[in-house]
Write a protein that binds this ligand. Structure first.
Ligand code: ZN
Length: 234
């Protein structure tokens, strides 16, 4: 799909057209210090979350120094860079072009089972008056369907939450194992929250298959993290 391959981070062409927006999905060697080395971003403050695989959404209305806990951030403030760290989980960046609101979301299987991305879209609507149908959504690199083997526990937790299990395939070789479509499950939640599928842009890259992207499944504690970011200046 329509993705620009920069040297250090990937961008979505449709989002690049927005004059007040910066965004990207970093590769392995893109690190926190690299933001400081860009003179054009010197006015931006970096905002990280203490990510806990939850559905806690932080709405950032003022800039404070405290570290926020949760797995999603939303803001209408300029000069913040919202940063999500992942290694196989799905990073999601959202922008409301007309209301000037942005969000960054960490979607692992746990957050997905707790409908974190659905909750973010609902919050953008309630708190900022966003129209879900006009939101633009960028899905970053995550572990692909064929590579994401999970067990009965994950399958059961989706069932318990009353979520569709259509994104689980029986593993072709291993009994009681499944292959989980993390991206598909999240896309479905967005659409059910009112997002128009034609406004969703995906990098379609599997972290597990690409050596220049961190993959926890492949590299365990050596994996490092992908930094995905979004910010506004105006
Ligand atoms: Zn793969």
């Amino acid at each position: 799909m329509n993705v620009k391959f920069g040297s250090l981070y990937r961008r979505i062409p449709r989002l690049e057209q927005i004059p007040f927006l910066i965004h990207g999905f970093g590769i392995r060697i893109w690190e926190e210090g690299d933001y400081r080395n860009r003179p054009e971003w010197k006015d931006f403050k970096l905002v990280f979350l203490d990510q806990i695989h939850s559905n806690i959404v932080q709405v950032i209305d003022n800039t404070s120094e405290e570290k926020l806990r949760g797995d999603a951030m939303i803001t209408g403030l300029p000069f913040l860079v919202l940063i999500i760290k992942t290694a196989d989980c799905l990073p999601v960046l959202i922008v409301d072009e007309s209301q000037k609101v942005i969000a960054a979301v960490h979607c692992g299987w746990r957050g997905t089972s707790k409908r974190v991305v659905h909750k973010v879209i609902q919050r953008m609507k309630d708190h900022y008056g966003s129209n879900p149908g006009s939101l633009l959504v960028a899905l970053g690199p995550c572990i692909g369907h064929e590579c994401y083997e999970i067990g009965e526990d994950v399958f059961q937790s989706f069932k318990r939450e009353g979520l569709s299990t259509e994104f689980f395939l029986n593993h072709p070789l291993r009994p009681r194992k499944y292959l989980f479509d993390l991206k598909g499950a999240n896309l479905s939640q967005m659409v059910s929250a009112g997002v128009d599928e034609k406004n969703v842009f995906s990098t379609d890259i599997c972290t597990h298959c690409h050596q220049n992207l961190p993959s926890y499944r492949r590299d365990k504690d050596e994996a490092g993290r992908t930094l995905s970011f979004i910010g506004m200046s105006f």
